[in-house]
Design a protein around this ligand. Sequence first.
Ligand code: 5GP
Length: 220
Amino acid sequence: MSSEARGQLLVLSAPSGAGKTTLARMFVERTPGAFFSVSATTRAPRGHERDGVDYHFLSPERFQSLVDAGAFAEWAEVHGHRYGTLRESVERALRGSGVAVFDIDVQGGAQIRERFPRDAVTVLVVPPTPEELERRLRARSTDSDEVIRRRLAAARSEVEAGAARYDYVVVNDRLEDALARLVAISRAERARRGGPADPAAAAAAGACARAQARLEAWAG
Ligand code: 5GP
């Protein structure tokens, strides 16, 4: 099978407050053939979430039996619940020719990258600075200082872990600009793996590569 006929595994991770979910949704809406991979989780559905659409909602026992059966391509514990990508979801994505978007945490993204090095593209979405993240977290929630401090500390470690392991960093300063960078990364990677050449995308993606060098604002 040529690389072009295989699906792309586009892994998106971000600390909460980075705007990843909006960015991912816009990417899927605007990219022909792109779709979300549906993860499994042990957490309860929220609001309008539907089983099989937003997540496969599983009991802890069922999740464990799938772990034991080796059914997950990756799984991780996030905020006290378990989340995982079913191997079948990855295999289905690879059999297709579109872009499968994985909205998963950094631990999971690193596992996907290790297991599918030819097909996975890992992208860390970050707010421009820790100060901007703090402003966004305070603006959108009624959380206590303590909760916000904990989120900020978690964000710093997620950014550090991602910077060390991920292929690209997209700084989400303005949504439209961040989206254009993400589109360029997906196209450039497709070209690199045997698709049609796309020099403009390669140049834009190049500016998001070398993850560690892009994160001075987050250092220290
Ligand atoms: P939420 O409960 O808010 O939907 O998601 C919480 C966190 O779990 C987010 O960071 C999300 O990216 C991550 N997550 C969702 N699905 C998966 C998955 O299948 N694997 C891993 N490792 N993380 C996931």
